[in-house]
Write a protein that binds this ligand. Structure first.
Ligand SMILES: [Fe+2]
Ligand SMILES: [Fe+2]
Length: 204
């Protein structure tokens, strides 16, 4: 079986997604999407992952992010994507599942690409290399920066770790997000905890 996404059809599809995103996303989110595509390409090369798939999911991952809340809920229910108890409250989290569904139907993304997009929000214990690349790229892409100095230092640290050990980068970013979630007394999605535990066990 040859590659499903070769350089020719990938470039064509990237162009199509790019046109769609320009219409469907704000300028800021569009820029973020380009940043994630570039970062995913960079990291995929380091870990010898499928670069074309990494670029495609990097560019498209937030395609459902700017649907209004009610639309997100409606889309998820109508397309049987499943809404868990955390997602019922933090409706924004649904943009992972919605994005994956849109990308399957519109661009023919494969199951592993869909999973990576589903998992990019809170993580998942079953993340494969491609999913880890998207999870990390989303959070460290070059357009991201924090006014909070402590957070900015951690971001730089995450960028460094991402070049050395992708699992450690995922763990570092989950811990970083948990820390702020706790401080703000917000809900923690259990999948973040399951992901964290699995990586810690695997690193031992
Ligand atoms: Fe996202
Ligand atoms: Fe994103």
């Amino acid at each position: 079986m040859g590659e499903i996404f070769n350089d020719t059809n990938t470039n064509k599809l990237l162009k199509q997604i790019d046109e769609d995103l320009k219409k469907e996303l704000s300028e800021k989110r569009y820029k973020h999407s380009i940043g994630v595509m570039n970062k995913a390409e960079e990291i995929a090369k380091i870990y010898d992952a499928d670069v074309n798939k990494a670029k495609l999911i990097g560019l498209a991952h937030d395609i459902g992010k700017e649907l209004p809340k009610e639309e997100k809920l409606k889309y998820s229910i109508e397309n049987n994507l499943g809404v868990d108890e955390i997602e019922k409250i933090n409706i924004g989290l649904l943009h992972g599942k919605i994005g994956a569904d849109i990308c399957k139907k519109r661009y023919g993304f494969t199951q592993d690409m869909q999973n990576a997009i589903i998992y990019h929000t809170v993580g998942n214990k079953d993340m494969d290399l491609l999913a880890k690349i998207l999870f990390v790229s989303d959070k460290i892409e070059e357009n991201r920066s924090y006014k909070n100095e402590e957070k900015q230092v951690k971001l730089e640290e995450a960028r460094r770790i991402s070049k050395e050990n992708i699992d450690k980068a995922v763990l570092f970013l989950i811990d970083m997000s948990l820390e702020y979630t706790l401080k703000k007394n917000e809900l923690i999605h259990p999948d973040s905890i399951f992901t964290r535990n699995k990586i810690i066990i695997n690193l031992q």
